[in-house]
Design a protein around this ligand. Structure first.
Ligand code: GAP
Length: 443
């Protein structure tokens, strides 16, 4: 049933222009997906709302857009060359490859033990290798020489950009602790087994905050950030009953973390990490100070102390946020399928339809309304088929309002607005359309 929900979402996402398989006409590329015209709007809306909430509306946050390609020493200092590894198991017989922890959990199918050995879930033979460490960073070369000296990595997290530019932000913006640096952008991980649609992919968008603090405040500020995360998830329209806060025990945390809370969401394929918060201590800045030889301390004018700040890191996967929004929004009622996406996030805020496509007077007025509204909102246009079909299509992409221009509109200067969730219709004056749409965005 739940898996069934995932296939319905995947199919709708493809059919309606949210998400397409990556490199599809060449048979695809595993672990990659493309966001179509509708999905790109949704993704941008989530990203922009995140930026607004965590950067624009705060006075202790500074934005950054650092390069994806970084000096290879960054990843040595950060510990990723050594520590960013997953255990991998191969089947000698059928050559399938698995993530060891997922294999044990039965993620690839029923766990079968034959004569004390786990069988390959694909071919059933007991010829699995032992677990070997596999570094998940993608390697490439900078410049024309494909040699070890020119090897660099595609960033697996955005965080290091904020640490490497910490001094530049201090020197240019003169922030006082506590303050944060925020960045949203691409990250790359050579996942052993990508899957569950856009949940585990090899190229994704991360929205990360590095919040620099005095270590004495870490506990209190950690709790405050957990509440900020809850606010964000509420903004996304996610049901708080489907959200779980999981304290990550010693031994399971990333190499840099003293405390981590994973925030899990009830996806169709189970309760899985949506976002997280970690207390990275002064690990990263200390490492970069040592490896770069540059002073990365902060001077506290009040106390006269100079020290390396500690860091709290709330981190959000944009693709997972989008999948959670789609999961939460997907609604079936009788014959109807619609996405109850919060209006602020909806790809299109309204769709404009001329009742009949072959009546120039109607089309002309509808076009004028469409062009006027488009100056302020993303607006869809549809003049194909009958009105019922057009409603159906807009429902499936979560458009809150459909606006139909009919013959009365020409005389009375009003239109029919139909609400996505209630399907109720009302007449609204053309000159009040903008305010009507504005109102749902500020609800
Ligand atoms: N800087 C900390 C960090 O990168 P992480 O838990 O490894 O922490 C952060 O990743 C977030 O990135 C996760 O909470 C998740 O939302 C997202 N994420 C991680 N791996 C992903 C993948 N392969 N595909 C899509 N999103 C992923």
């Amino acid at each position: 049933m739940a898996e069934d929900l995932l296939s319905k979402i995947v199919s709708l996402a493809k059919r309606r222009g949210f998400v397409f398989p990556g490199s599809e006409i060449y048979g695809g590329l595993s672990g990659t997906w493309d966001f179509g015209p509708v999905g790109t709007e949704l993704k941008n809306n989530i990203k922009n709302a995140w930026w607004k909430m965590f950067v624009q509306e705060r006075n202790d946050m500074y934005g950054l857009d650092s390069a994806i390609l970084m000096n290879a020493k960054v990843w040595k200092a950060s510990g990723h060359v050594e520590g960013f590894v997953d255990p991998m198991v191969d089947c000698r017989s059928c050559k399938s490859r698995f993530r060891a922890d997922h294999l044990k959990e039965g993620k690839y199918g029923e766990v079968k033990i034959i004569e004390g050995k786990q069988a390959c879930p694909i071919c059933g033979k007991t010829e699995l290798t032992g677990a070997r460490k596999f570094n998940m960073m993608f390697k490439t070369f900078i410049g024309p020489m494909e040699e070890t000296a020119s090897e660099i990595y595609l960033r697996p997290e955005n965080a290091q950009g904020m640490f490497v530019d910490f001094k530049s932000v201090l020197d240019t913006m003169h922030p006082k602790l506590p303050f944060g640096i925020a960045q949203a952008g691409r990250a790359f991980r050579n996942e052993i087994t990508p899957g569950d649609f856009i949940f585990r992919v090899r190229e994704f968008d991360l929205m990360e905050l590095e919040y620099f603090i005095n270590p004495k405040d870490w506990n209190k500020l950690f709790e405050a950030w957990v509440l900020e995360i809850a606010k964000w998830l509420n903004f996304l329209g996610l049901d708080s009953k489907k959200i779980y806060y999981r304290e990550i025990p010693d031994g399971e945390r990333a190499h840099y973390s003293k405390r981590t809370v994973d925030v899990e969401y009830q996806f169709p394929f189970g309760k899985k990490e949506l976002c997280a918060i970690a207390y990275r201590t002064d690990y990263d800045l200390k490492q970069h100070q040592e490896y770069s030889g540059k002073d990365l301390t902060y001077f506290d004018e009040k106390t006269g102390n100079r020290f390396i700040p500690h860091v709290l890191e709330p981190t959000f996967g944009l693709d997972r946020a989008l999948l959670a929004v789609l999961t939460e929004a997907y609604t079936e009622k009788g014959e109807r399928v619609y996405l109850r996406i919060p209006a602020k996030l909806a790809p299109y805020k309204a769709a404009v339809f001329p009742l009949l496509a072959n009546k120039p007077g109607l089309v002309k007025l509808a076009r004028k309304i469409y062009d006027d509204l488009r100056k302020d909102f993303m607006i869809a246009w549809d003049d194909r088929g009958n009105i019922g079909k057009r409603y159906y299509a807009q429902d499936e992409i979560g458009t809150p309002y459909c606006i139909t221009i009919d013959f009365d509109s020409l005389k009375k200067k009003d239109v029919t607005i139909r609400d996505r969730d209630t399907m109720k219709q009302k007449r609204v004056k053309i000159k009040e359309l903008k305010t009507t749409i504005d109102n749902i965005l500020f609800e």
